[in-house]
Design a protein. Structure first.
Length: 211
Protein backbone atom coordinates (compact mmCIF):
# COMPACT_ATOMS: atom_id res chain seq x y z
CA UNK A 1 0.00 0.00 0.00
CA UNK A 2 1.32 3.44 -0.91
CA UNK A 3 2.19 5.65 2.03
CA UNK A 4 0.30 8.88 1.28
CA UNK A 5 1.92 11.58 3.37
CA UNK A 6 -0.43 13.86 5.26
CA UNK A 7 -0.09 17.44 6.44
CA UNK A 8 -1.78 19.33 9.25
CA UNK A 9 -2.00 23.07 8.49
CA UNK A 10 -2.39 25.59 11.32
CA UNK A 11 -3.44 29.20 10.75
CA UNK A 12 -2.46 32.40 12.55
CA UNK A 13 -4.24 34.98 14.68
CA UNK A 14 -7.67 36.53 13.96
CA UNK A 15 -8.55 34.11 11.16
CA UNK A 16 -9.85 30.56 10.86
CA UNK A 17 -8.97 27.51 8.81
CA UNK A 18 -10.06 29.10 5.54
CA UNK A 19 -6.86 31.15 5.57
CA UNK A 20 -4.87 27.98 4.86
CA UNK A 21 -7.16 26.65 2.13
CA UNK A 22 -5.21 28.01 -0.85
CA UNK A 23 -1.92 26.66 0.47
CA UNK A 24 -3.58 23.32 1.23
CA UNK A 25 -4.82 23.08 -2.36
CA UNK A 26 -1.34 23.72 -3.73
CA UNK A 27 0.15 21.06 -1.44
CA UNK A 28 -2.48 18.53 -2.52
CA UNK A 29 -1.20 19.00 -6.06
CA UNK A 30 2.08 17.47 -4.82
CA UNK A 31 0.20 14.40 -3.65
CA UNK A 32 -0.27 15.19 0.03
CA UNK A 33 -3.46 14.67 1.99
CA UNK A 34 -4.20 17.87 3.93
CA UNK A 35 -6.02 18.57 7.18
CA UNK A 36 -6.67 22.13 8.34
CA UNK A 37 -6.84 22.76 12.08
CA UNK A 38 -9.06 25.71 12.97
CA UNK A 39 -8.96 27.16 16.48
CA UNK A 40 -10.09 30.27 18.41
CA UNK A 41 -6.80 32.14 18.39
CA UNK A 42 -7.63 34.81 20.97
CA UNK A 43 -10.49 33.32 22.99
CA UNK A 44 -8.60 30.30 24.30
CA UNK A 45 -5.15 29.88 25.78
CA UNK A 46 -2.22 28.14 24.14
CA UNK A 47 -2.70 25.22 26.53
CA UNK A 48 -6.35 24.86 25.55
CA UNK A 49 -5.63 25.14 21.84
CA UNK A 50 -2.72 22.71 22.09
CA UNK A 51 -5.05 20.20 23.75
CA UNK A 52 -7.57 20.68 20.94
CA UNK A 53 -4.80 20.19 18.39
CA UNK A 54 -3.78 16.95 20.09
CA UNK A 55 -7.31 15.59 19.76
CA UNK A 56 -7.45 16.71 16.13
CA UNK A 57 -4.15 14.97 15.35
CA UNK A 58 -5.11 11.77 17.16
CA UNK A 59 -8.16 11.42 14.92
CA UNK A 60 -6.06 11.43 11.72
CA UNK A 61 -5.25 8.01 10.28
CA UNK A 62 -1.85 8.53 8.67
CA UNK A 63 1.51 6.79 8.76
CA UNK A 64 3.45 10.00 8.15
CA UNK A 65 2.15 13.32 9.44
CA UNK A 66 3.83 16.64 8.68
CA UNK A 67 2.96 20.06 10.08
CA UNK A 68 2.76 23.48 8.40
CA UNK A 69 2.06 26.49 10.63
CA UNK A 70 1.71 30.18 9.82
CA UNK A 71 2.29 33.13 12.16
CA UNK A 72 0.73 32.50 15.60
CA UNK A 73 0.16 28.93 14.45
CA UNK A 74 3.90 28.31 14.73
CA UNK A 75 3.86 29.46 18.34
CA UNK A 76 0.93 27.16 19.02
CA UNK A 77 2.67 24.25 17.32
CA UNK A 78 5.82 24.57 19.43
CA UNK A 79 3.67 24.75 22.55
CA UNK A 80 1.96 21.59 21.34
CA UNK A 81 5.25 19.77 20.83
CA UNK A 82 6.24 20.51 24.42
CA UNK A 83 3.37 18.40 25.73
CA UNK A 84 2.63 15.89 22.98
CA UNK A 85 4.68 13.68 20.72
CA UNK A 86 4.35 10.77 18.32
CA UNK A 87 6.71 8.55 16.34
CA UNK A 88 4.64 8.98 13.19
CA UNK A 89 5.37 12.71 12.92
CA UNK A 90 7.32 13.79 9.88
CA UNK A 91 8.82 17.21 9.26
CA UNK A 92 7.68 20.70 10.25
CA UNK A 93 7.66 23.96 8.28
CA UNK A 94 6.90 27.21 10.08
CA UNK A 95 5.95 30.30 8.08
CA UNK A 96 6.56 33.82 9.41
CA UNK A 97 6.13 32.96 13.08
CA UNK A 98 7.60 35.24 15.79
CA UNK A 99 9.38 32.40 17.58
CA UNK A 100 11.52 34.86 19.55
CA UNK A 101 8.58 37.03 20.55
CA UNK A 102 6.65 39.66 18.62
CA UNK A 103 7.53 43.35 18.72
CA UNK A 104 4.27 44.18 16.91
CA UNK A 105 2.25 42.31 19.56
CA UNK A 106 3.97 44.35 22.29
CA UNK A 107 3.12 47.55 20.44
CA UNK A 108 -0.49 46.50 19.97
CA UNK A 109 -0.87 45.95 23.72
CA UNK A 110 -0.20 49.67 24.20
CA UNK A 111 -3.14 50.61 21.99
CA UNK A 112 -6.73 50.99 23.24
CA UNK A 113 -8.41 47.58 23.13
CA UNK A 114 -5.02 45.99 22.46
CA UNK A 115 -5.46 43.48 25.26
CA UNK A 116 -8.88 42.52 23.95
CA UNK A 117 -7.55 42.19 20.39
CA UNK A 118 -4.85 39.73 21.39
CA UNK A 119 -6.81 38.04 24.15
CA UNK A 120 -5.24 34.82 25.42
CA UNK A 121 -2.94 34.53 22.40
CA UNK A 122 -0.23 36.38 24.33
CA UNK A 123 0.32 33.29 26.49
CA UNK A 124 2.93 30.74 25.53
CA UNK A 125 5.72 32.81 24.02
CA UNK A 126 4.10 35.34 21.67
CA UNK A 127 5.51 38.32 23.54
CA UNK A 128 8.86 37.14 24.84
CA UNK A 129 9.68 33.90 23.04
CA UNK A 130 11.18 31.22 25.27
CA UNK A 131 10.03 28.48 22.90
CA UNK A 132 12.02 25.31 22.23
CA UNK A 133 12.53 23.57 18.92
CA UNK A 134 11.40 19.90 19.02
CA UNK A 135 14.57 17.81 19.04
CA UNK A 136 13.02 14.77 17.36
CA UNK A 137 11.80 16.50 14.21
CA UNK A 138 13.33 18.44 11.34
CA UNK A 139 12.03 22.00 11.49
CA UNK A 140 12.33 24.44 8.61
CA UNK A 141 11.43 28.12 8.90
CA UNK A 142 10.47 30.46 6.07
CA UNK A 143 10.60 34.20 6.72
CA UNK A 144 9.59 37.10 4.47
CA UNK A 145 11.37 40.37 3.73
CA UNK A 146 8.65 42.28 1.85
CA UNK A 147 7.25 44.80 4.37
CA UNK A 148 3.59 45.02 3.39
CA UNK A 149 0.24 44.60 5.16
CA UNK A 150 -1.79 45.79 8.10
CA UNK A 151 1.12 45.25 10.46
CA UNK A 152 2.61 48.51 9.20
CA UNK A 153 -0.04 50.43 11.15
CA UNK A 154 1.83 49.36 14.30
CA UNK A 155 5.04 50.99 13.14
CA UNK A 156 7.98 49.87 11.06
CA UNK A 157 10.97 47.67 11.83
CA UNK A 158 14.53 48.84 11.39
CA UNK A 159 15.51 45.47 9.99
CA UNK A 160 14.29 43.03 7.30
CA UNK A 161 10.67 42.02 7.89
CA UNK A 162 7.45 40.88 6.23
CA UNK A 163 5.38 43.81 7.50
CA UNK A 164 4.31 41.97 10.66
CA UNK A 165 7.25 39.84 11.79
CA UNK A 166 10.96 40.63 11.61
CA UNK A 167 13.25 38.03 10.06
CA UNK A 168 15.25 37.92 13.29
CA UNK A 169 12.09 37.01 15.21
CA UNK A 170 11.69 33.85 13.13
CA UNK A 171 15.05 32.37 14.11
CA UNK A 172 15.33 29.76 16.84
CA UNK A 173 18.21 27.52 17.98
CA UNK A 174 17.79 23.95 16.82
CA UNK A 175 15.96 24.54 13.54
CA UNK A 176 17.21 22.50 10.60
CA UNK A 177 17.04 25.18 7.93
CA UNK A 178 16.01 28.83 7.56
CA UNK A 179 14.98 30.54 4.33
CA UNK A 180 14.15 34.18 3.58
CA UNK A 181 11.85 34.83 0.60
CA UNK A 182 10.73 38.14 -0.89
CA UNK A 183 7.15 37.90 0.32
CA UNK A 184 4.92 39.57 2.88
CA UNK A 185 3.37 38.02 5.96
CA UNK A 186 0.05 37.17 4.30
CA UNK A 187 1.67 36.74 0.90
CA UNK A 188 3.32 33.53 2.10
CA UNK A 189 -0.08 31.85 1.97
CA UNK A 190 -0.69 33.01 -1.61
CA UNK A 191 2.77 32.44 -3.04
CA UNK A 192 3.59 29.82 -5.67
CA UNK A 193 7.16 29.56 -4.43
CA UNK A 194 6.32 28.73 -0.81
CA UNK A 195 4.49 25.44 -1.56
CA UNK A 196 7.41 24.28 -3.70
CA UNK A 197 9.87 25.09 -0.91
CA UNK A 198 7.64 23.32 1.61
CA UNK A 199 7.51 20.21 -0.58
CA UNK A 200 11.28 20.23 -0.95
CA UNK A 201 11.81 20.48 2.79
CA UNK A 202 9.26 17.78 3.62
CA UNK A 203 11.00 15.38 1.25
CA UNK A 204 14.65 16.29 1.77
CA UNK A 205 14.86 18.11 5.09
CA UNK A 206 16.25 21.29 3.53
CA UNK A 207 15.13 24.22 1.41
CA UNK A 208 16.40 25.14 -2.05
CA UNK A 209 18.64 28.15 -1.48
CA UNK A 210 19.52 30.30 -4.48
CA UNK A 211 23.20 30.92 -5.11
Amino acid sequence: MQNIQSIVLIHGVWVSGWAMSRLAKKLRAYGYRTYIFSYPSVKKSMVENAEALAKFVDAIDAETLHFIAHSLGGTLLLNYFEGYDSRRYGRVVILGSPLNGSLKAKRLLKWPFGNKSLGKSIEGGLLDGGLCCPAKHDVGVIAGDQPLGLGLFLGRFREPNDGTVAVSETRLPGISDHLVLHTSHTGMLLSNIVPAQIHGFLQQGKFRHSN
